[in-house]
Structure formats: structure tokens, C-alpha cells
Design a protein around this ligand. Sequence first.
Ligand SMILES: *Cc1c(COP(=O)(O)O)cnc(C)c1O
Length: 370
Amino acid sequence: MSYSFNPPKRFLMGPGPSDAHPRVLKAMSSPLIGHLDPHFVQMMDEVKDMVQQTFLTKNELTFVVSAPGSAGMETCLVNLLEPGDECIICINGVFGGRMVDIAQRCGAVVHKINTPWGEVTNVEQVKSALEKCSKPKLVALVHAETSTGALQPLAEISDLVHNADSLLVVDAVTSWCGVPLKVDEWGIDAIYSGTQKNLSAPPGLSPVSFSPKAVEALEARKIQVQSWFLDLNLVKNYWAGAKRAYHHTAPVSSVYAMHEALSLVLEEGLENRWERHQKIHEHLKVELENLGFNYLVNEENRLPNLNSVYLPDAIEDEAKLRSVLLNDFNIEVGGGLGDFAGKIWRIGIMGESCTKNHVNMLIGALKEIL
Ligand SMILES: *Cc1c(COP(=O)(O)O)cnc(C)c1O
């Protein structure tokens, strides 16, 4: 009996993970070293530096949580919210709802701004929420809502939030390294992302960054953070360069992969990468519309790297079609979530999966099947 596992070679065009570059996979097979080894410490410093560069931030408190994007979300909320704190959370898909769940578990009083899935939260909604709750501890939004493919404008809302002397918390899991994201320029106070979407590294790590104002809020806490693992007061010493103290054991090979993937982003250039996602999106859009697919989100707020589309009427069983794509063509696309289950597809073109070849392969397969 052998338990050898040989995964098939897929082309990952769903909501994540996306394909990884051979250099990233190779980095993961490098020899293990100890997580307190000076070579590893130096590499972590470089990771931090590259995360700052790709977030476009100078925030000193920038590091990587040893767990996936959801843990980055939890890190931001459990550190900033104390029992009884008021906050405003914008919900226009799955991930806004998840933030509400976490904030409520922190004992916060959550004021929700509900927007129909597929749309984005507008400035007027935030204004009226701030009339009812004039000084929330934080206002949280999802920049790129992966459940619907909507891209949330942030700049104007950021001004409103700061005028209320409140902190702006942003989920950038699916926007980081794929579409324009400017942490300092947009005044984002706490941000988290994940490695398996546009970065094209394996899942399991979450970069986060806190502005000086968010750090002040951390330091002003009256009650200890209820999560030991995610308590930034403890974790931050682990990312303190040469002074680093044992907190947990970093997933060494995953950090190698993240380091290599970040190097690839900087070699390409952040802006070139944004442009590539936009250009390939336009190619995909023309081809999908020719086949009778229709976009869920209006053009103005459409996320280029995650394409949510209604299927052509002629397709009766979308799940069956996805399984033919997977089993016969090795192409993975995502199905809909929540109310959109069975109604839409979510086609990701992220990072290494964002090439003309990927699009042509998917479209070619669909033409053959249909
Ligand atoms: C994928 C995703 C997450 C969660 O990331 P995991 O790595 O799956 O934990 C959070 N927010 C958004 C917008 C996402 O797309």
C-alpha cells in the first residue's frame, strides 16, 4: 500500500489559489533552516520590506501572519476592537459578513451597511451611518469582494472616516498585487491580504499593516486581546529583525515561497502588473461576451482579476460544465456563492494565471464543449 500523492497539473482560474511560478515552487523545495537562523531572520526582513513596497506604505508595523487571509482579517479586528466598541462594517458579499461575525465575537457593537451583492458601498451610505454612529472605533470595507467581483472605491470614504476620527480597515485579499492599492495615499489604517490570489504563492500566509494611528489605538487598549496567537503586542516582536524573540515557529518553506513571489512582483513592477491584469481582463471579457456570458457587476466597479458572470441561457447545469472543465481540460473555475450559487461563475485571472494563454485555453475548451 502506497500513500504517495500525485496531484494533477491544473490551470487555476477560480477565486484562489492561482497558479504558482516555477521559481516559487522551487523556492519551497529549498532546504529547511531554523526560524531563528540569521539567514531566515534576514529573509523575513526582506519579506517585510517587499510587503511595504507592494502595499505602498511606510508603516513600521507591517508583517506577515502565519495563517491564511481569514487570519489577517481576524488579526486586524481582534487587535483594534474591545468589548463595547462601536464599529461600522460594510457588507456587499461573503467577506463583509465574515468581518461582522468576527467583530461580534470581539464583543463590539456592529452597525451594518448592507448593499446588494454585486454593488459597492457608496459615500452617502457611509455618511448616513456616521450620522447614527458618529465616532465609531473603525469602519471596515472589502476592497475587492471575491464573492461578487466588485471593486470598492476607497478614497472618498477614507476622508469621511478620518473626519469622524475613526480608523479605516480594509480587506485587500483579492486586490493586493492585482489592481491599484495605495495604503498610505488612501489613508488605510489597518489592512490585510493573502498570498494565494494575485501574489500567486501558496495559500497560508497573510500580510498585514497598521498605520501609526492604528498602533496608538492598540497601545490604548484597556483589555488584553482575547487571542493569544494573533495578539500584535506579542507577534510584533517576532518580526523585529535581529531582536526577534520566539513566538511560534514560522512556516519556513511558505515564507521562502512568499519571498520569491514578492521578488517576481517587484521584477515585473507593481504598475505593470496592475496593467497586465486589466489588459487580460479586457481580452477575457470580449471572449466571454461573445459566448453569451454576462457580467454581474457594472463596468465602473468591476474587478478585472475576478470575473463574475451569468451563464448563457443554453447552459442548464453549470456544475456539470465546471466538472467537465476540471476533469477533461484540467481547468478550474469557481462557482457562485450564497444567492449566486448555481447562477454565476467566478473566473479568476490572478498573478501567474493572468495570461493570454490561460484565457485562450478556457475559451477554446468552452467552445469545444458547447
Ligand atoms: C480569499 C479571501 C479571504 C480569505 O482568505 P483565506 O486565505 O481563504 O483565508 C478574505 N477576503 C477576501 C476578499 C478573499 O477573497
